[in-house]
Design a protein around this ligand. Sequence first.
Ligand code: ZN
Length: 288
Amino acid sequence: VRLAAVSGRATLLAATEGSHELHGVDVARAIGGRFGPDVAALYPEWEAFREWATTVDPADGDPVDPAELGNPAPAPAQVFAIGLNYHDHAAEAGLQVARGLVPPTFTKFPTSLSGPFAPVALPSDKVDWEIELVAVIGRRAERVPAAEAWSCVAGLAVGQDYSERAVQMVGPAPQFSLAKSFAGFGPIGPWLVTPDELDDRDDLELVCEINGEQVQKGRTSAMVWPLPDLISVLSGVCPLLPGDVIFTGTPSGVGMARKPPRFLSAGDVVVSRIEGIGEIRQECRAGR
Ligand code: ZN
């Protein structure tokens, strides 16, 4: 099942790797109001929705304009984001990572989230990129063992954890949450893919390109804390709720770690792609 927010309306999409020639079925129209049109309202009854959605063939649907795609997880009660979840990224940051009690965790405040193709305004000349696999929760999860964690995942999407490094580093200790929560700093999309659609949900290639130049490439199988472990440990601290979002960390290749450091400029185009899911794209603009 591929679920998109098309002009804010829940829409089932036919499978395609690209963002062209999309076809989709409007959920609320197809089922007479039982589900939708709000995407966020689907997550509290995800199992029933997914069961119905598997009976629909979206290939018969109407054409969908990619420009109308929005964030498929638009109203999370909680957004979790994980730092240093790939060894190669920790190494480029000059840090050693051993799995401790919990992974380094912060939030991106929900107002920073946006759709897959919305331009991103640069508040300064210190904005960095971080491609990340994003998971959306489809069932309340409380003290869930890792072996059962996938059953709590509604689906996966591509995310960017844009980061303003001056705000991040200005205090006596790094402050990730505020530095990563400027408007538009959390694009998610281009749609949500249920894990059963993927050949191997635990091993997906991630690639980030700036103006066509590859700057990041990794595989989700290299996570220090794989997604089931993240859900297990996070849900051991606080319940995860339907519609919640987890940014799972970024592989190496961010701008801050380069010598010399490199940051985004107006006009740059950032493309983030994950195998089996699709790609999102933002054009950088000056100012706020
Ligand atoms: Zn990140």
